[in-house]
Design a protein around this ligand. Structure first.
Ligand code: ITT
Length: 207
């Protein structure tokens, strides 16, 4: 029988505020109070896995090791069909700025431009379909864990549109809609995105 999560504080092993907002909203109805690794000042582990599941487990286990408490991590990314699933597990890496580009940090417009540049090389009628993926890892202090995977299908637009959301939201349009995720009200996006899909599976298992 899957292990249940008891109400109270839950460590969210993320330093990404966009994710934290979505996870906080998703957890709202379940009596769980999120406390993030960023808020606790925990260091970020190296994400050396080659799958979303491996990296989600790395992040959740690092937070459990640092706090001795149950932790939830999300590893997510964008897979572009015409790029054989890239950037995939390396989605955040494509946004990393090098020192000659203005110091450490992430530039999402650069990352979206990189994806678009690679699509443009494949021609004007390139397949623009893409998927967002999320894997949630929930890890208990005794090592027990659960993994929950979600995804949504859509297509990439160019130029980027919208000011809401985070990351690659301005170029992703979910199937059946004409707005990018960054043009949607965040409360609506977080009900239908890849994280919500993974979260529904988590909820069914642990609450
Ligand atoms: P943590 O590891 O601290 O949680 P991160 O930003 O490094 O944060 P990932 O390694 O999982 O997270 O990288 C996934 C990237 O994919 C992330 O930085 C986002 O920019 C992008 N991404 C994931 N979910 C997204 C969403 O809902 N909308 C837009 N971009 C998203």
């Amino acid at each position: 029988m899957p292990r249940k999560l008891t109400p109270g504080e839950l460590i969210i092993a993320t330093h990404n505020d966009g994710k934290l907002h979505e996870i906080t909203a998703l957890l709202g109805p379940y009596g769980v109070t999120p406390v993030s690794a960023g808020q606790l000042g925990l260091s970020e582990p190296a994400e050396i896995g080659t799958t979303f599941a491996e990296n989600a487990l790395i992040k959740a286990r690092a937070a459990v090791a640092a706090t001795g408490r149950v932790a939830l991590a999300d590893d997510s990314g964008l897979g572009v069909a015409a790029l054989d699933g890239a950037p995939g597990v390396y989605t955040a890496d494509w946004a990393e700025k090098r020192s000659f580009e203005g110091g450490p940090g992430r530039d999402w417009y650069m990352a979206m431009g990189k994806v678009e540049g690679k699509l443009a090389e494949l021609g004007a009628d390139v397949d623009r379909s893409a998927r967002f993926f999320s894997t949630l890892a929930l890890v208990w202090p005794d090592g027990h864990h659960g993994l929950f995977e979600g995804s949504v299908s859509g297509s990439l637009v160019w130029p980027p549109r919208g000011q809401k959301g985070f990351g690659y939201d301005p170029v992703f349009m979910i199937d059946g809609d004409t707005r990018t995720f960054a043009e949607m009200d965040p409360a609506q996006k977080q009900k239908i995105d890849h994280r919500a899909d993974a979260f529904a599976k988590l909820v069914a298992a642990v609450f």
